[in-house]
Design a protein around this ligand. Structure first.
Ligand SMILES: [Zn+2]
Length: 132
């Protein structure tokens, strides 16, 4: 038997229920009976409607977190796997200028530490960094 007026998470004990459980009022105002065991163990922390609401909120947060993690992971992989991802606008502009007077191979020899040949070639043919 639980103390009247006692609060368990979101449930306030109102008294004994007819069915042997305990009548509780949820923070939202919904009154119904709960099993003492569930109240004490923390399994019943609010009414069904609130639990549903809170659960879907938690689900939303979890899903959002998952998307953000996946995004971060993909972003990281992209950066590691593709040297062109590290190419800055400044460097791209410089490469583009060099490509006006030199071949892609010559430019690559000069900048091979900073950028892949593929990237230079792509800039040369206008496949990437066309906007700079
Ligand atoms: Zn409620």
């Amino acid at each position: 038997m639980l103390e009247v007026g006692e609060k368990y998470r979101h449930l306030t004990v109102l008294g004994d229920a007819d069915n042997g459980g305990t009548l509780c009022r949820c923070d939202c105002g919904a009154v119904r009976s709960y099993s003492d065991k569930h109240i004490k163990s923390g399994r019943s922390t609010y009414c069904k409607a609130c639990r549903y609401k809170h659960q879907s909120e938690e689900d939303c947060i979890r899903i959002a977190q998952k998307i953000s993690d996946t995004h971060k992971k993909n972003h990281k992989n992209r950066g590691e796997g593709n040297p062109s991802a590290k190419l800055t606008t400044e460097l791209a502009v410089r490469l583009k200028k060099q490509l006006e007077t030199m071949t892609a191979k010559e430019v690559y020899r000069r900048y091979r530490r900073d950028v892949s040949y593929e990237t230079i070639y792509k800039i040369a043919i206008g496949d990437t960094w066309r906007h700079v």
